[in-house]
Ligand binder design. Structure first.
Ligand SMILES: [Zn+2]
Length: 399
C-alpha cells in the first residue's frame, strides 16, 4: 500500500501554483460563498433537522479481494453515518481539551432504495478487466471508472445520489471531488481503493474502520486537510481547528503533539491518522459542510427521493429483521435491526444451556458493533425484546 499517497483529492491551493486560472477562480468563489453562508447562519445551525442523503456504491472488482458482500457495504455506510453523527465507538479518544469542539454533523447516509422508480439496494457490482481502473483515463479524457462503456460504472444522477466508486486507485487510498470542481458532473463523487474500504473488526491494515470514506466525504462537502498543506500559513479555513504544520500519516500519535505554537488535533477525520485513532469533525467543519449542502451542486441531495421507497423497516420485530455479520464471528459482530422503533430494547445473549451471559438495554440507533472477545467459542442465541415482541437469532462464535 502506498501510504505516502494516502489521499489524492485535489486540495485547493489559493496561491494558484498548482491550479489553472479558471479553477482558482471557481475555488475563490466557492470560498467566498462558504464564508458568507457561515457568517449568516452562525446561530441557526441547531434549529435544523437531520439530513439523510442517498448513496450508491459502485464496486468495480478486478480480483475477488476487491469485491465486497452486501452486508460489508451496509456496515461501511453505517460506519460513515456513525462518524458523521458522533456515534463512533472511539469518541472517548478525543482529548478533553478538544471535546467541546466535536460535532454531531447531523448528516446521515443511506444506501439508495429507489432508482428510476424501481426498488434497489443501492449497490452496483461489476467485474472489470482493468487493473488500477480508478487511475485510468480514456483518450478522450473521461475517467474509466465512471462509465459503463469504458469498463467502469455509470454515475447515478448526481443531483440525487452521492456516487461512491470502489476500485483500484493504483496508489492512493481515496480521492473525492470538491463541490463544483469535478471535470464532469458524471465524475462527481468519492473514490475508494478496495484496500481501505469497509468496516471490519480487525485487520493488519491501518485503515480497517472505513474512515477513508469518512475523510473523502469531508472533501466532497468542501473540507480541507486539517494541516492546510502550506505549513502554518493558511490552515484549513476552519476557525475551531488549530493551525497544524503537517499530517500524521500512518500514525497513532500520543497526545499532545504541538506544531505552529498550538496542540494539534490529529484525531480529526481530515488528518491522515490511522483509522482507529481518528474520532471527530469539529463544529466549524460542520458549518462548512452545511454550507456546501446549501448550494449548487450539492443542494438537491437534501430533497432526493433516493431513500424514500422500498424501506422495509416497520414496527414489527421478527427474526428476519435481525442482521448479524459476520456469522460465525471471531472478534466482533455487526448487529443491525430492521426496526422502526425508538423505544428501549432489551438485548440478551444465551448459551445453548439457556444461561444468560449478557444483557443490556439499547436503542436501535446505537446498535452497530458488538465486541465478543470475552465470549468463548460456541453457539449462542441473541434475543431482542421490545414493545412486548421478542425475536432471536443464532450466533456462532469461532475464534
Ligand atoms: Zn484528503
Amino acid at each position: 500500500m502506498a501510504q505516502a499517497d494516502y489521499c489524492s483529492t485535489h486540495q485547493p491551493d489559493f496561491s494558484g501554483k498548482n491550479m489553472d486560472g479558471t479553477t482558482l477562480h471557481q475555488m475563490e468563489e466557492l470560498e467566498a460563498y462558504t464564508q458568507r453562508w457561515i457568517a449568516k447562519n452562525q446561530n441557526r445551525v441547531s434549529l435544523r433537522e437531520v439530513i439523510t442523503i442517498p448513496v450508491v456504491v459502485h464496486i468495480l472488482w478486478n480480483t475477488p479481494a476487491d469485491n465486497f458482500t452486501d452486508l460489508e457495504i451496509e456496515a461501511q455506510i453505517d460506519g460513515l453515518t456513525a462518524d458523521f453523527r458522533k456515534r463512533n465507538e472511539n469518541v472517548s479518544i478525543i482529548p478533553p481539551v478538544f471535546q467541546p469542539f466535536a460535532a454531531d454533523v447531523e448528516i446521515e447516509f443511506c444506501l439508495a432504495t429507489v432508482f428510476e422508480g424501481t426498488e434497489t439496494n443501492g449497490i452496483v457490482r461489476k467485474e472489470t478487466p482493468f487493473t488500477g481502473i480508478g487511475s485510468l483515463e480514456h483518450s478522450d479524457g473521461r475517467k474509466r471508472i465512471c462509465y459503463d462503456d469504458l469498463g467502469g460504472s455509470d454515475a447515478w444522477d448526481p443531483d440525487n445520489y452521492i456516487n461512491i466508486w470502489v476500485g483500484q486507485l493504483n496508489g492512493p487510498l481515496g480521492k473525492a471531488t470538491f463541490p463544483s470542481m469535478a471535470d464532469s458532473k458524471f465524475e462527481d463523487g468519492v473514490f475508494i481503493d478496495p484496500s481501505a474500504f469497509g468496516f471490519f473488526c480487525s485487520s493488519t491494515s491501518n485503515y480497517f474502520l472505513g474512515r477513508t470514506l469518512t475523510h473523502e466525504m469531508g472533501h466532497f462537502f468542501n473540507l480541507h486537510h486539517i494541516w492546510g498543506e502550506d505549513g502554518c500559513v493558511t490552515g484549513d479555513l476552519v476557525d475551531d481547528t488549530p493551525m497544524q504544520d503537517t499530517d500524521y500519516r500512518s500514525q497513532c500519535p500520543s497526545y499532545p503533539q504541538v506544531s505552529c505554537g498550538s496542540e494539534d488535533m490529529f484525531m480529526n477525520y481530515m488528518d491522515y491518522t490511522n483509522d482507529n485513532c481518528m474520532a471527530m469533525f469539529t463544529k466549524g467543519q460542520k458549518m462548512r459542510m452545511l454550507a456546501a449542502l446549501d448550494t449548487f451542486p450539492r443542494e438537491s441531495l437534501k430533497t432526493s427521493g433516493g431513500c424514500a421507497l422500498g424501506n422495509t423497516k416497520d414496527i414489527t420485530l421478527t427474526p428476519d429483521d435481525i442482521l448479524l455479520f459476520p456469522n460465525p464471528a471471531s472478534d466482533c459482530v455487526h448487529i443491525d435491526l430492521d426496526l422502526d422503533n425508538d423505544l428501549p430494547i432489551r438485548m440478551a445473549i444465551f448459551d445453548t444451556a439457556g444461561r444468560e451471559i449478557y444483557a443490556n438495554q439499547i436503542f436501535v440507533k446505537d446498535l452497530r458493533t458488538f465486541d465478543i472477545s470475552n465470549i468463548s467459542n460456541g453457539v449462542y442465541f441473541i434475543y431482542f425484546e421490545t414493545n412486548n415482541q421478542v425475536a432471536s437469532k443464532k450466533l456462532i462464535i469461532d475464534k
